[in-house]
Design a protein around this ligand. Structure first.
Ligand code: NAD
Ligand code: DAU
Length: 341
C-alpha cells in the first residue's frame, strides 16, 4: 500500500537515518521531511535523496502553526513521525526555553494538525531519559514502560511534557498515537557535540577528549538503524495508545567507550582529559525491551563491536560531513561550553 509519511527533524541524526531507511525499504512511499534546520539540521545528510521523486523537503518550524497546517492540507499524510527536537542535554542546561518551545509546543502544533486533518498514526520519538536515571549499584533495575516519569534535565522534562501531551490527545481527542522511548543511539550522521562523534572527531584531530566527572556514567547504546527498524515496526504493527521501550541491553561506561575509540584509531589515552561534570548528570540508563520484543518481534541486529567499527569507518570516509560542522558556527558553541570546564 502506498502512503505519505511526514518525518519531522529529518535533517538531524536519527531522522536523517530514518528518511534513508524508509526510502530504501518502501520505494512506493512518499516521504515528506519537515525541518527548520537549526544548528543540528544538515542538508548534506539529505543530499543522497534530494533527487528522489518520492521525497520532498520542506523548511518549516514545527511550531509554525500556519505553515504546518498548510502542509497537512497539501499532503494529506497518512502518518507523522516526530523526530524534530532540541536534543542536547548540555544545551538545555544553558538555555531551557527553546527546548520547551520546540519539544512541547511543536508537538502540540503537530497533534493539532493531526486532529484537524485526520491521521492514521502520529508517532512520537521519545527517549529513555524521561524515566530519570538508575543507580550504578543496582544492575538488576531496568526502565520498563510502566516506570514512572522522573526527569533530571530541562531536555528530559520537555520530552516528558511532550509524551504526556501525546497521551492526552490520544485519550481526549482520539488521535491515534504511539510513543517509542529509546536509549542512546550511535551511527552515521551523528552531530559531533554528542559523546561518540565528538570523541572520534577530537581523536582524529589529536585534540583532548573531554570526559565529564570520572567517566563512570553508564549509557545503553543502540545502532541507529536498529532504532529505525523499531519505529518502522511500531508504525506498521504497533497498537494505538501504546508506549514501546527500545534498547539493546548494551550498557557501557563513558570512559570505556572513549578508550575503545582511541584504540580503534590508534591514538594515545593521554588525549583523555577529565573535565567538570554535567550538572544533574544521570548515572545510568538501562532499557528493558521485553515488550517490543514479545509483541512486535523486534531485536537489535547490530552488535556494538560491529556498530562502533562501522561508525568509526563512516567518520573516516566522510570527513567532509563533520569537518564542515566542526570548522563552522559550532566552534563558538564549543569554546563557550568547554572553555570554562
Ligand atoms: P538532532 O539534534 O540530531 O536532530 C534534530 C533535528 O530536528 C534537526 O535536524 C533540527 O534542525 C530539527 N529541529 C529542531 N527544532 C526544530 C523545529 N522547531 N522545527 C523543525 N525542525 C526542528 O536529534 P537526534 O539525536 O536525531 O534526535 C531525534 C529525536 O530522537 C529527538 O526527538 C530526540 O529526543 C530523540 N532521541 C534521540 C536519541 C539519541 O541518542 N540521539 C535517543 C532517543 C531519542
Ligand atoms: O538516552 C537517550 C538520549 O541520549 C537522547 O534522548 C539525547 O537526545 C541524546 O543526546 C543522548 O543523551 P546523553 O546525555 O546520554 O548523550 P551525550 O552524548 O550528550 O552524553 C553521553 C554521556 O557522555 C553522558 O554521560 C555525558 C558524557 N559526555 C558527553 C559529552 C558531550 C562526556 O563525558 N563528555 C562530553 O563531551
Amino acid at each position: 500500500m502506498s502512503m505519505t509519511i511526514i518525518v519531522t527533524g529529518g535533517a538531524g541524526f536519527i531522522g536523517g537515518n530514518f528518511v534513508h531507511y524508509l526510502l530504501k525499504k518502501y520505494p512506493d512511499y512518499r516521504i515528506v521531511c519537515v525541518d527548520c534546520l537549526t544548528y543540528a539540521g544538515n542538508m548534506e545528510t539529505l543530499a543522497p535523496v534530494m533527487q528522489n521523486s518520492n521525497f520532498r523537503f520542506v523548511k518549516v518550524d514545527i511550531t509554525d502553526r500556519e505553515n504546518i497546517f498548510k502542509l497537512f492540507e497539501e499532503e494529506h499524510p497518512n502518518m507523522v513521525v516526530n523526530f524534530a527536537a532540541e536534543s542536547h542535554v548540555d544545551r538545555s542546561i544553558e538555555n531551557p526555553g527553546v527546548f520547551l518551545n520546540t519539544n512541547i509546543m511543536g508537538t502540540q502544533t503537530l497533534l493539532d494538525a493531526c486532529r484537524k486533518f485526520g491521521i492514521d498514526r502520529y508517532h512520537q520519538v521519545s527517549t529513555d531519559e524521561v524515566y530519570g536515571d538508575l543507580p550504578l549499584d543496582r544492575p538488576d533495575l531496568f526502565f520498563t514502560e510502566t516506570t514512572s516519569l522522573h526527569t533530571s534535565s530541562p531536555y528530559s522534562a520537555s520530552k516528558a511534557g511532550a509524551d504526556l501531551l501525546v497521551q492526552a490527545y490520544n485519550r481526549t481527542f482520539k488521535v491515534p498515537t504511539t510513543i517509542s522511548r529509546c536509549s542512546n543511539n550511535y551511527g552515521p550522521y551523528h552531530f559531533p557535540e554528542k559523546l561518540i562523534p565528538l570523541m572520534i572527531a577530537n581523536a582524529l584531530n589529536d585534540k583532548p577528549l573531554p570526559v565529564y566527572g570520572e567517566g563512570i556514567n553508564v549509557r545503553d547504546w543502540l545502532y541507529v538503524e536498529d532504532h529505525c527498524a523499531a519505529i518502522d515496526l511500531i508504525l506498521h504493527k504497533g497498537l494505538v495508545g501504546e508506549v514501546y521501550n527500545v534498547g539493546g541491553h548494551n550498557e557501557m561506561r563513558n570512559i570505556d567507550i572513549v578508550k575503545l575509540i582511541l584504540k580503534h584509531l590508534d591514538k594515545p589515552e593521554s588525549l583523555i582529559t577529565y573535565v567538570k561534570d554535567r550538572a544533574g548528570h544521570d548515572m545510568r540508563y538501562a532499557i528493558d525491551p521485553t515488550k517490543i520484543h514479545n509483541e512486535l518481534g523486534w531485536l537489535p541486529a547490530t552488535k556494538f563491536a560491529d556498530g562502533i567499527q562501522k561508525t568509526i569507518q563512516w567518520y573516516l570516509d566522510n570527513r567532509g560531513w563533520w569537518e564542515h560542522i566542526v570548522n563552522g558556527e559550532y566552534q563558538n558553541y564549543y569554546t563557550k561550553m568547554y572553555g570554562k570546564k
